[in-house]
Design a protein around this ligand. Structure first.
Ligand code: SF4
Ligand code: SF4
Length: 466
């Protein structure tokens, strides 16, 4: 039995199921409701599943976020409500093997954890969280394919310079790509993202920052540089540091280099059912951020799925009060700037030369309503002609779009709205803050999108302060 159990549940005459995540928020969900249909095993986890009232609202067509896998297949079993039905059957069976039921496994594998249901379901079903527990249960009951473990360990693997060479070779040689497809199920149809060439001893080039003459550093902020921007897009972190510094903030970084080099939010472990490892990573990051939280500094992040997990998933990892205190101080870069602009504390004007720009939001940005901040900040860029693409998941969803059996579904998700919108305006620049969204868009032949940090830094270059 796993050593890292966060809790367990016991209901009279019901099967005990050891849970990996903290489901205590659902302790009272459905209690006293004769129609709640709470499964026999699973305790508070089962109650979280049973919040679904089978309204089938998630099987409606439309342009929102929920539910990408239902939209591309039209199969009710692949809607949030359909997954609930299958999960209830498995939890009522109270048998570990029930979690391996092929129909349930397929339905859960095709959930891209976009959190669309959490936002749009009338009862706020959180299937992304339910999937993390489901994968943890499966891992405990007999394991998951090796590929899941590799994805989970990716942040650590990326520390080895050899990984970059392997990725380059794999992308250059079709035989190697096909070998990886046959052995690990990593599709040969899409290139893998190549880590940036990286010199460990070198700090980012934050010299030559364009400080406005009257500006003196007045406020301290912390930039958490996530694994994906650190390893694949260091220019994004660099742009964010320069932008905030130019606006007069003293920027401290966590996760960028030296002793913090290996810090990671733990998202890849969480998403692959390795909850104890996710908890370890989260604890290390919490400890690194604790002094800043105590000092009242805002923690700013760049990759939506990483930084927003500090406000969401961390609260389910049993990390106590420290996680709640951290969650209150975490903002995406654009949320921070929007907030500072509203409070008249943002000193810089933005200006564009009339560029046309299409903006694709990461699912988790949409799920927490953070696209409002994107819109608000981009609206302050004089001369910029931008439009938010009304799209659902891009289909990459972390590693989903790189898995051989999911490649077709991944492309179908991209073709729902995102790719047609990009195809309609081939001259427009593309903005996407999510690392996996950037991969999907680049792999689709639309060029590499830019992060809003890069857009805004370019928009202040050579500008006078307001
Ligand atoms: S998941 Fe939500 S929207 Fe779908 S059937 Fe259940 S309650 Fe209705
Ligand atoms: S998290 Fe996204 S993909 Fe998964 S069930 Fe909910 S809406 Fe569908």
């Amino acid at each position: 039995m796993a050593l890292f159990l966060l809790g367990s549940c016991y209901l009279p005459q019901q099967t005990v199921m050891k849970l990996f995540l903290d489901w205590s928020d659902y302790q009272n969900a459905g209690m006293g409701d004769a129609y709640a249909d709470i499964p026999k095993s699973g305790g508070d986890f089962a109650k979280a599943v049973a919040v679904c009232i089978a309204s089938r609202q998630c099987e409606q067509a439309g342009k929102g976020v929920m539910c990408p896998s239902f939209r591309v297949t039209g199969k009710p079993a692949l809607s949030p409500g359909g997954r609930v039905k299958l999960l209830k059957t498995a939890l009522n069976a109270a048998d570990d093997d029930a979690l391996f039921d092929p129909e349930l496994a397929e339905a859960m594998n095709l959930c891209v954890s976009c959190k669309g249901c959490k936002r749009e379901c009338e009862n706020e079903l959180d299937m992304a969280l339910i999937k993390a527990e489901y994968l943890a249960q499966r891992r405990q009951s007999g394991g998951l394919p090796l590929r899941h473990t590799l994805w989970a360990h990716l942040p650590r693997l990326l520390r080895w310079p050899l990984i970059r060479k392997l990725v380059v070779w794999r992308n250059q040689h079709a035989w190697l790509a096909h070998l990886l497809e046959r052995s690990l199920g990593i599709t040969a149809k899409a290139p893998l993202p190549v880590p940036a060439a990286y010199d460990r001893s070198k700090k980012p080039a934050t010299e030559n920052i364009l400080l406005p003459e009257s500006s003196t550093p007045t406020r301290e902020v912390v930039l958490f540089v996530d694994t994906f921007n650190r390893r694949f897009n260091p220019a994004v972190a660099e742009a964010a540091i320069k932008l905030l510094s130019a606006a007069g903030y003293t920027v401290q970084t966590v996760g960028l280099a030296d002793e913090h080099d290996s810090l990671c939010c733990g998202r890849t472990y969480f998403a692959n059912g390795m909850i104890a490892k996710a908890q370890n990573e989260a604890t290390r990051l919490l400890q690194a951020l604790q002094p800043h939280v105590d000092a009242g500094r805002i923690i700013i992040g760049l990759e939506p799925s990483c930084i927003l997990s500090l406000r969401d998933e961390y609260l389910k990892l049993g990390l106590g009060d420290a996680a709640s205190r951290l969650a209150e101080r975490v903002l995406l870069l654009e949320e921070f700037i929007a907030r500072e602009q509203t409070a008249n504390r943002w000193p810089l004007a933005f200006k564009s030369d009339g560029e046309r720009m299409l903006v694709h939001g990461h699912c988790h940005q949409k799920a927490v309503g953070a696209m409002k901040a994107m819109r608000k900040v981009l609206k302050t860029v004089a001369g910029l002609d931008f439009e938010l693409i009304e799209s659902s998941c891009c289909g990459m969803a972390g590693h989903f779009g790189l898995e051989a059996e999911h490649y077709t579904a991944s492309q179908a998700m991209a073709e729902q709205a995102l790719f047609p919108a990009l195809r309609a305006e081939p001259q427009a620049a593309v903005v996407a803050n999510g690392f996996s969204c950037q991969q999907q868009i680049a792999n689709g032949g639309f060029g590499k999108p830019r992060h809003i940090a890069e857009i805004l830094y370019a928009a202040i270059a050579q500008q006078e302060p307001v």
